[in-house]
Write a protein that binds this ligand. Structure first.
Ligand code: ACM
Length: 280
């Protein structure tokens, strides 16, 4: 059985204090690796903060994907022989994105630019992600990435699952008002897709917004393996089963009660899902 020990770092990044956030992330990375985590997931915008008042305000902390922060993180991942996923603000020429990178012991593996943007924080000003959802084959399984508000669009997790994801990583910044997302939505996405789901939120206050923590690791059956129930910084750990997430045909009573969750799909009736109809 292929199993992976995952850590979620629920932390309190400070807006505009990139150096401080980076050194804190490096410390957390080391602590989680010492406790045998193989992949360590950080929140959305962990290096930069999130509640910016303008795009210009974020210029001093935005970086290219292969910038100094990801290089520092990559060299520690090499030293510790771990994988990580971490959120920051990406600068690519004249464009800015809310991005997460996936880094392993051999360096950068991939990135994901948030495609669904709420009207909140820096998401009011960045460019929407311009690249398709993708699954990365790594030494810790097949990984798909979403960021925060993406999880409100069930298509995001479904597409990653159809592309072969065994785990979906969701760096997030849930403020007050988002309580039902950790309470129900994360487990529902795991359950409906039979995929491991790792949601890592931040804590603390930023410009009038208070973040609610409640990071959690849910297995492919929809069961919560661990959740952060405090509003403090903490690291949560759980071991997930990658092979289990590949079994999409659920057998309760052989031949009598079986659920073909993926073979039973009827995409010929789902056409409206891919039409740009905005009725609401
Ligand atoms: C969010 O997408 N950060 C709510």
């Amino acid at each position: 059985m292929r199993r992976v020990r995952v850590a979620g770092v629920q932390m309190d990044p400070k807006i505009l204090e990139k150096e401080k956030n980076l050194s804190k992330c490096l410390e957390f990375l080391e602590t989680a690796a010492k406790k045998k985590a193989e992949i360590i997931v950080f929140p959305e915008c962990a290096l930069t903060g999130y509640c910016f008042s303008s795009l210009e305000e974020s210029f001093s902390v935005a970086e290219p994907v292969l910038g100094p922060s990801s290089r520092a993180i990559a060299s520690l991942c090499t030293e510790l022989n771990v994988y990580t996923i971490i959120g920051f603000l990406e600068r690519d020429g004249e464009k800015y994105y809310n991005t997460v990178v996936l880094i392993g012991p051999k360096g950068l593996i991939g990135k994901y630019r948030k495609i669904h943007l709420p009207f909140l924080g820096i998401d009011r000003f960045v460019n929407p992600g311009d690249q398709p959802l993708k699954v990365f084959k790594t030494g810790v399984g097949r990984i798909g990435m979403n960021i925060c508000f993406d999880v409100r669009m069930p298509e995001s997790a479904r597409i990653l699952t159809l592309l072969g994801a065994e785990s979906i990583m969701l760096p997030t910044n849930w403020p007050k008002g988002a309580e039902l997302v950790p309470k129900y939505v994360i487990n529902a996405r795991a359950y409906e897709n039979r995929v491991n789901f790792i949601a890592v939120n931040r804590v603390g206050k930023e410009r009038g917004f208070e973040f609610i923590g409640q990071s959690k690791i849910v297995d492919y059956s929809g069961k919560t393996l661990v959740e952060a129930n405090s509003l403090k910084e903490e690291i949560i750990f759980a071991t997930i089963d990658l092979d289990g997430a590949r079994k999409k045909h659920v057998i309760l009573v052989p031949g009598e009660f079986e659920l073909p969750l993926f073979k039973g799909r009827r995409p010929e009736f789902y056409g409206i899902l891919v039409k740009a109809i905005n009725t609401y």
